[in-house]
Design a protein around this ligand. Sequence first.
Ligand SMILES: Nc1ncnc2c1ncn2[C@@H]1O[C@H](COP(=O)(O)OP(=O)(O)OP(=O)(O)O)[C@@H](O)[C@H]1O
Length: 303
Amino acid sequence: MNDLAIATDNLSKHYGRKRALNRLTVEIPRGGIHAIVGSNGAGKSTLFRLLLGLAQPSSGRSQILGRDSGALTPELRGRIGFVNEEHTLPDWMRVEAVKAMQQRLYPQWREDIYREVLGNFDVHPDQRVGELSRGERAGFNLSLALAQSPELLILDEPTLGLDVIAKRAFLEALMFIGAEQGGTIIYCSHQMEEIERVADNLLIMERGQLRSMSPPDEFRARVGYWIVDLPGNRPANDEIPGLLQARRIDDQHHLMVIDAGEHLQQFLRERGARVHSRQAVSLDQAIIGYLAKNHRTPDRNAR
Ligand SMILES: Nc1ncnc2c1ncn2[C@@H]1O[C@H](COP(=O)(O)OP(=O)(O)OP(=O)(O)O)[C@@H](O)[C@H]1O
């Protein structure tokens, strides 16, 4: 047994000419809550499918709990929980029957967690799964996954469609599993405020590659927001060290920069600039600024 929850080595997945994963190499240690963020289409769901052996890589390798993804045994699968945004559950079965089935399958079943999370939804045990609303379905699926207390829980956009109260209950259950039970949770989300609250580790993916991995606070501290007066012509964006975003407001330049520090200060000195303020940014702003830099924009000449 190694101490990694997942590991990939130059993992690629192509769909025709499309590259969903591009030689991705990443290692996530066991324990804690790891959040993966990225723009739409960055490859997050593809990574999960390959890790779980639900799709084959075009090249490269991946391991989950120390085993190759292509050779997962039923015993090992039983130690991994997976919830995706589609919330695939048997529509024709009643809630109680699904729960009883899961309870038999998982020896570590935590009835208290199941009740705690599901208690946020008006779900009756004798309702059929197909009758549940979208949010109820998501809540039911999450209560099942959390109650299994799996060694590794992989969640693909788990809180999509949940109301704020249900979201809070889910996040609390997540933290309980991560912190008190020593499990590993890997999840992807577009909800930054959730990540700030629960994640120990933040991974940023872009175009099938890993761009950054660190505790969320460390990532946030790399990004700064400067307001400066720049005499003369405005420099080209690629001249400004670490620039993520530039805006001009009331004759002042507002610069969001990453890892800029000394280089930026030197650049500003050489330009005779005056720094009005240098501010910290929220995690939300830091991630959005970072992703926006390389975000695809419509090609307006392509008509
Ligand atoms: N079965 C498929 N056939 C063709 N292309 C696919 C297939 N599955 C994924 N892709 C493409 O691969 C890329 C990565 O998709 P993926 O679903 O992994 O992204 P994601 O990061 O989970 O995105 P989102 O945040 O939008 O859910 C996308 O450009 C997508 O269009």
